[in-house]
Design a protein around this ligand. Structure first.
Ligand SMILES: Cc1ncc(COP(=O)(O)O)c(C=O)c1O
Length: 384
């Protein structure tokens, strides 16, 4: 039996969870104004770096007294800079429910060897947020990109906390509401929701985080690339565009383009609405098909960016090879690229739904997913 291919194809088959699809209006020649071959410390370079910082503040609604810095090594660089610079002053609580959160646990427990209370949950679940003690510093990931599980909101974070909250928000920023008064350190990378380029991370500090930086010196050495203070004072230049080392001005131009595009779709609320509509199309597809389900168990924790799916059909014999084969069929048809589950996550698919993805492309791709599933079930039966 041949299973008929759907008639329509997505205009853009890019559903990778990072680097994510470029904004729909992107063309390389739109970066022609990049300050290439110029010093990033010349006025032209500095102005662009400052525009990247202030555009971020404006679009994300970040309070005026929060510092925003462009730092090296993408989101990982921003998170590790914060962990190495701020932690050790008090006990730490580490919250992890997927691979990236687990990576930060390794940093804190095995590398920094800090006294930490580690709370973990399996893929698809979330830790007990009500049990968090905010006398401690708390490290968590807003959206677990590899399980598609996010915190539902920031209500669980104490207003009168004594410790700091350190939040890896790389697959949440520009797609979810982030309550800035609850977040002392927030990080993200340009390569995620806005479809920018990797290499640079954004480090956002509350006044409390700055106070910690200026009053506490960690016991371990800090490489230059992590140093945020000099002589016990914050290096303010980092937060006005005087980066620690040389940034890519091409990546900066690309980010400025992405910010402009974000404004054109209604800013943060427009971006959230786009991600919500994309994710909703997939949620409805799961409701309509009894062979596929969201990996995130509690609907309140379901990501609207990295939507992770599991196959639930009892006929499937080897879940991992089945999911890989489905993803391979979709890639071969050029209807969905890079949608295999993350290497450490349970077998399944992960479909990026951030705002740069068009809902019409998700809708055009889903019948193909059904086609690939049925084709693979048939192939499995034929091989038996
Ligand atoms: C939650 C989370 N943290 C960290 C990272 C690492 O980001 P980067 O490669 O930009 O450093 C990712 C990348 O997918 C992520 O999803």
């Amino acid at each position: 039996m041949t299973i008929e291919r759907p008639a329509a194809r997505p205009a853009n088959p890019r559903f990778s969870s990072g680097p994510c699809a470029k904004p729909p209006t992107f063309e390389l020649n739109k970066l022609a104004d990049a300050a290439l071959g110029r010093s990033h410390r010349a006025a032209v370079g500095k102005d662009k770096l400052k525009a990247a910082i202030e555009g971020t503040r404006e679009l994300l609604g970040i309070p005026a007294d929060y510092r925003i810095g462009i730092v090296p090594a993408s989101d990982t660089g921003a998170v590790e800079m914060a962990l190495w610079s701020l932690l050790g002053e008090r006990k730490v609580e580490m919250l992890a429910w997927e691979s990236f959160g687990a990576g930060w646990v390794t940093d804190v427990v095995k590398q920094l060897k800090i006294d930490a209370d580690v709370k973990t949950a399996d893929y698809g679940q979330i830790v007990d947020l009500a049990s968090v003690d905010f006398n401690n510093d708390v490290v968590f990931t807003w959206n677990g990109t590899t399980s598609g599980v996010r915190v539902p909101n920031g209500d669980w974070i104490a207003d009168d906390r004594a410790g700091l909250t350190i939040c890896d928000a790389t697959s949440a920023a520009f797609a979810m509401d982030l309550p800035w008064d609850k977040l002392d350190v927030t990080t993200f990378s340009w390569q995620k929701v806005l479809g920018g380029e990797a290499a640079h991370g954004m480090l956002i500090l509350s006044p409390s985080a700055v106070e910690r930086l200026e009053s506490y010196t960690p016991a371990w050495p800090l490489p230059k690339i992590f140093r945020l203070t000099k002589g016990g004072k914050l290096i303010e230049g980092i937060f006005t565009g005087a980066t620690i080392n040389t940034p890519s001005m091409l990546a900066v131009e690309d980010y400025l383009f992405a910010l402009d595009w974000a404004r054109s779709v209604g800013g943060l609320q427009g971006l959230i609405a786009r991600a919500d509509a994309n994710a909703q199309a997939i949620f409805e597809f799961c409701d309509q098909n009894d062979w596929i389900d969201n990996l995130a168990e509690d609907p309140a924790t379901r990501s609207n960016t990295s939507v992770c799916l599991k196959f639930t059909d009892p006929r499937i014999r080897d879940g991992a090879s089945f999911a890989k084969a489905v993803a391979k069929r979709l890639e071969a048809e050029n209807v969905a690229l890079d949608i295999g589950a993350y290497r450490d996550a349970p077998a399944g698919l992960r479909i990026w739904c951030g705002g740069t993805v068009e809902t019409s492309d998700i809708q055009a791709m889903l019948p193909w997913l059904k086609w690939a599933f049925e084709a693979e079930i048939a192939a499995q039966a034929a091989a038996a």
